[in-house]
Design a protein around this ligand. Sequence first.
Ligand code: ATP
Length: 272
Amino acid sequence: MPRDTVAPPHPRPADTTAGHPAPNRPAEPVPPDGSAVTGARPIAGASLDLSGVTYRYGRSGAGIGPLDLHVKPGEFITVVGPSGSGKSTLLSLLSGFLHPQQGDIRLGGQPVRGPHPALTLVQQESALFPWLTVGGNVAFGLGKLGRPERLQRVAEALKLVGLPGYEARRPHELSGGQRQRISIARALAVKPGLLLLDEPFSALDHATRTTLADELMAIWWDQKITVVFVTHQLEEALHLSQRVVALRQGEIALDAPSKELSVGALRRILGE
Ligand SMILES: Nc1ncnc2c1ncn2[C@@H]1O[C@H](COP(=O)(O)OP(=O)(O)OP(=O)(O)O)[C@@H](O)[C@H]1O
């Protein structure tokens, strides 16, 4: 499928897949059976611009910034960094839960002033409402739409994550991986300009994690979505994204195309 804004994914240098169970990934992600190729209207990813963004907590001075970052529409970047380097603070700023003390954040050229449906965050533990059906959970952010469109969006989103027809199920009937797929479906249903993922697969077993990572890549490829993915796993970062941003002590220590990086080089830069 042609894309006009970003370069396609690429094979990695040999050592970048060390420890990863799927070193022979294809040069382009192939949609897994039953998932991403849906014919659903693509999600229009927005550009993301951070300019001089600073957030420091109290007297400790811990936090991030000043940070400058530009993410192109439809680009998939991963953010890595040791514990305490500022990854969660950055995601809180991007999702509008924190406000920069200095600088500004723009999504599609518009200032981010607070939480907004166009900015969706998927976290480590799926936060599904147990009293709602899967359909109710996925429809949660679609309140303003009429019922037929809501149902269509839910059906499309469930198809995207490979769980078509799951509307009537309850979260407790699902596996951990399926629940996380539903969380992603809920985020996709609102057709977000930016999808933010905070270690979304880290609570899952390795095989499920790898499967979901590949499915996410296929969805990204199919839907032209802009993605910022935070992970501790350097292999995962290189496997998934076109570009890696490494944070160290609240500053950008590296911002480079994945194809130019290896796990060893990243470890050296991050001092691990
Ligand atoms: N609410 C807070 N009050 C004070 N300091 C904080 C607060 N939240 C985070 N910090 C500090 O800000 C810095 C960045 O923290 P942050 O949680 O963003 O890092 P992180 O890279 O997400 O870490 P981890 O990988 O462990 O989740 C750390 O020094 C942390 O101690």
